[in-house]
Design a protein around this ligand. Structure first.
Ligand code: PEP
Ligand code: MG
Length: 576
């Protein structure tokens, strides 16, 4: 059976499927024989013991992966699991009502939900999410079929409805060959994480979790978005050859590691890396990136129960900055909202979160969180070359307000004689059409621009970047998008400011070629894309890129633009 989804992270793999099912089945058959009561209680105790071990492992893993010593929720889980009255409450339901442990668990959970619904303190009320998650872990451990939510040994291709940032942090990456998800587009969280970890992924494959079971053999081509379940021998053999070719290509790419991103006509292109997790700094360095063009600081805020302190943030930023010094590191302030949420910082429900209180808007409406982050970034700026970048600026006022807050924080640091880079560059992400339209005015006030094409495409074309139903409309080569980029570059250059592109578009070689032709000064791509973009740069003439961009800017249709560029690119890379 062959399926076609969105190609989210390249690579060809052949492996076995592991389905992650979040909807835990509590028991349908409630009644048990009286003689089975003690056995049910024994099952309960075993499941609790197993859950305790799981929780401890997850806690250790999160601490070592994210460096977050504050994985407190897991301590709370352990306390809960060790609480004798918890076991007694469930045992009592089993004994008195002659019901299965699954049924008793569900009943107790419902009681908790009712109880929490009556709590008025919204912070406490949210805690029910954690309790539910713990109950799910216990229920999963009761099931004989599979006691694992995520694989703990072996190598698997993960199939899931969707994967949250917390899920991907919790999984042990050494057990993962690939990701296949039902939701998500090329710029969804799963796709970005997969690319940064160099794990092949196909997303947006509706209902795939219903079509497969654990252990099914799967072929997956992350570059073409192809997924083949239980292939016949001929297909399998053909893909084994494809996989070999792919591995050779990767091996050749690795030879470019130490080389510079210079065009045939000797034009040096600034090729930076985005980072999503601190561990990626090492890959960026290994691939000789010119700097970090985007630090997505969200990783510091997720998978914990409270906000990170200034000191915690400072230590993380400082470590990245010192490792990269003297190369620049552009730190983006918190970009929460849209499809990224914090469990402990809830905003009131919104009909359109992507148009809601997200990103810089959230920072400006929570100045103390914003100031804590800015103090940490500014303090880290004393240890290398740091730039600050604000996401999703949509008005001049917003930028002025954000900069004023930076100035306030700077004044305070000066008073306290804490050192920082007083000349630090402050730039903005261009992600909203209004920012493009006001780009000339913004360029007078900002030190640099970085175009976030993931969002700019979604807002320009009114296409949700994570919705597979409209994925066909989400096209970086749409002429409207190209004209937006062109206008941004012209406005910045008129004011002698640099423009970078840090959206996923910059990591696709043929699109990177076009971006250079549109006059973009720097590219910032995921660590996994550095080498393929470098390969392209080393095989083109800079002036050809301009000529191609000039031609396609006159085209009206996306397809015409795509065809023209791909034909040109093929001729450059032929036999390379
Ligand atoms: C973008 O929107 O292009 C971008 C780089 O930001 P994010 O993907 O984190 O929204
Ligand atoms: Mg964005």
């Amino acid at each position: 059976m062959m399926y076609k989804g969105q190609p989210a992270s390249p690579g060809i793999i052949i492996g076995k499927i592991f389905v992650i099912s979040k909807d835990i089945k509590f028991s349908k058959s409630e009644k048990i024989k009286a003689s089975n009561v003690e056995n049910e209680i024994k099952r309960l105790k075993q499941a609790i013991e197993k859950t305790k071990q799981d929780v401890l492992l997850i806690k250790e893993k999160i601490i070592s992966d994210i460096g977050n010593k504050d994985a407190e929720i897991f301590d709370a889980y352990i306390l809960f699991l060790n609480d004798r009255s918890f076991v007694e409450k469930i045992s009592k339901i089993i004994r008195e009502e002659n019901v299965s442990v699954e049924y008793a668990l569900q009943k107790l959970l419902e009681d908790y939900i009712k109880l929490f619904n009556n709590i008025s303190n919204s912070y406490l009320k949210e805690k029910i999410v954690d309790i539910k998650s713990l109950f799910e872990k216990i229920a999963k451990n009761l099931s004989e079929e599979s006691s694992e939510l995520f694989p703990k040994k072996g190598k698997w291709v993960i199939v899931a409805q969707e994967l949250s940032p917390a899920d991907t942090a919790e999984m042990d990456k050494k057990n993962i060959l690939g990701f296949i998800t039902e939701t998500g587009g090329v710029t969804s969280h799963t796709a970005i994480v997969a690319r940064s970890l160099e794990i092949p992924a196909v997303v947006g494959l509706k209902n795939i979790t219903q079509q497969v079971k654990k252990g099914d053999l799967v072929i997956m081509d992350g570059e073409k978005g192809i997924v083949i379940i239980n292939p016949d021998t001929n297909t399998l053999e053909a893909y084994k050859k494809e996989r070999l070719k792919y591995l050779i290509k990767i091996k050749l790419l690795k030879k470019l590691k130490k080389l510079d991103a210079v065009t045939l006509d000797k034009h040096k292109i600034i090729l930076n890396s985005n980072i999503e997790f601190p561990e990626e700094v090492a890959v960026a360095k290994e691939h000789n990136a010119d700097g970090i063009g985007l630090v997505r600081t969200e990783f510091i805020y997720i998978n914990r129960t409270n906000l990170p302190t200034e000191e915690e943030q400072f230590l993380i930023y400082k470590s990245i900055v010192e490792k990269m010094a003297p190369k620049p590191v552009t730190i983006r302030t918190l970009d929460i909202g849209g499809d990224k949420f914090l469990p402990y910082f809830k905003i009131s429900p919104e009909q359109n979160p992507f148009l809601g209180l997200r990103s810089i808007r959230l920072s400006l409406s929570n100045p103390s969180i914003f100031k804590t982050q800015l103090r940490a970034i500014l303090r880290a700026s004393a240890f290398g070359n740091v730039k600050i970048m604000f996401p999703m600026i949509s008005t001049i006022e917003e930028f002025i307000e954000a900069k004023n807050i930076v100035n306030e924080v700077m004044e305070d640091l000066k008073k306290k004689k804490i050192s920082f880079d007083e000349k630090i560059n402050i730039g903005i992400m261009i992600e909203v059409p209004s920012a493009v339209i006001m780009a000339e005015e913004l360029a007078k006030k900002a030190d640099f621009f970085s175009i976030g094409t993931n969002d700019l495409i979604q807002y320009t074309l009114a296409v949700d970047r994570g919705n597979p139903n409209v994925a066909a409309y989400y096209n970086p080569l749409n002429p409207a998008v190209l004209r937006m980029i062109k206008k941004t570059v012209e406005s910045a250059h008129k004011n002698f400011k640099h423009v970078s592109v840090c959206g996923e578009m910059a990591g696709e070689p043929h699109l990177a070629f076009l971006l250079l032709g549109l006059g973009v000064d720097e590219l910032s791509v995921s660590p996994a894309s550095i080498l393929q973009v470098k390969r392209l740069i080393r095989n083109i003439n800079f002036r050809d890129a301009f000529e191609v961009a000039e031609t396609v800017l006159k085209f009206e249709k996306t397809e015409d633009i795509k065809e023209f560029i791909l034909t040109r690119i093929k001729s450059y890379l032929l036999n390379k």
